[in-house]
Design a protein around this ligand. Structure first.
Ligand code: GUN
Length: 285
């Protein structure tokens, strides 16, 4: 059995967070205030509560002024729109994010369309996704940005590589495919209707699993020496597991991101980077 390099997402995320923290004082010196981030949560979903609190704590630790707004679960689209408009107009606010998922009466596309693209630090708006397609500066969704960072930090070759991204979500699969394509990888986006998914995965030099199905990707789907990036965070009776059967991937994969401690920590780290960058872009333009 050959060695599998375990990619340390916690260490990588800490480096990114430190870099943001190191850059904030120059921003404050120049603009007279810290970058400002507002996280909006609708309802009291326990997972959203944890994520939102972690994001706020990480922002504060980096020197970013952070505010959390928790709205009742029965908030209407009109009420949420009014809040977003207010935050769009608030000059001290550089980044606005609405934690997903939202209750059924609210529309995710309406939210993504309402947040000003220059303040959309999640990068989910049509404006930012359009910038990404066009290769123009803008906010890139945090998790795909984190995946790219981990691949680069581990020096995984991308140019000309066959990459299979399993999952076509707006948050991960689609933007990640664009980022990898921009790096001259040959990208296939697979999903629930893909024929012979195991066979397709076996051809991948880089295999990304982002479907939200516990341990769906098995060891025998993995080409020897491939980089395997597990974006899944699934809560099961056995605890937190990824979309990849990690034990089976060990010794087959060349690189592997663990769950937890792989891609997960990158999302918050790049939310901080996106906030500082969005603030800098806003204030110079
Ligand atoms: N829910 C799951 N991931 C995310 C994310 O990156 N941003 C927001 N706003 N909600 C999420």
């Amino acid at each position: 059995m050959s060695e599998t390099v375990i990619i340390d997402g916690r260490a990588a995320a800490e480096e990114v967070r430190e870099a943001v923290r190191d850059d904030v004082p120059a921003f404050v010196a120049r603009h007279g205030r810290p970058p400002g981030l507002v996280g909006v949560q609708v309802g009291d979903d326990p997972a959203s509560e944890i994520y939102q609190r972690r994001k706020a704590e990480a922002a504060e630790a980096a020197g970013i002024a952070s505010r959390r707004i928790v709205l009742p679960a029965d908030t209407t689209q009109q009420q949420l729109d009014a809040l977003i408009d207010e935050l769009n107009d608030d000059d001290a606010v550089d980044g606005v994010l609405v934690q997903l998922p939202v209750p059924d009466q609210l529309s995710e596309p309406a939210i993504a369309g309402r947040i000003h693209p220059d303040k959309d630090v999640d990068g989910f708006s049509a404006g930012n996704l359009g910038r990404l397609v066009r290769g123009e500066p803008g906010s890139v969704p945090c998790t795909p940005r984190g995946v790219m960072h981990l691949l680069d930090r581990a020096e995984v070759p991308l140019e000309g590589a066959n990459v299979v991204v399993v999952g076509r979500s707006l948050i991960v699969g689609k933007p990640l495919a664009l980022l990898l394509t921009a790096r001259s990888a040959t990208v296939t986006v697979a999903h629930s209707r893909t024929r012979d998914l195991p066979g397709l995965c076996r051809g991948a030099d880089v295999l990304v699993a982002a479907v939200g199905r516990p341990e769906m990707v098995r060891g025998e789907w993995i080409k020897r020496g491939a980089a395997v990036i597990d974006v899944g965070i699934n809560r099961t009776d056995a605890g937190l597991v990824g979309d990849v059967a990690g034990d089976e991937a060990q010794g087959v994969a060349g690189w592997l991101t663990p769950v937890p401690g792989g891609v997960g920590p990158m999302t918050i780290a790049f939310l901080l980077a996106n906030t500082l960058e969005a603030a800098s872009r806003r204030l110079v333009s």
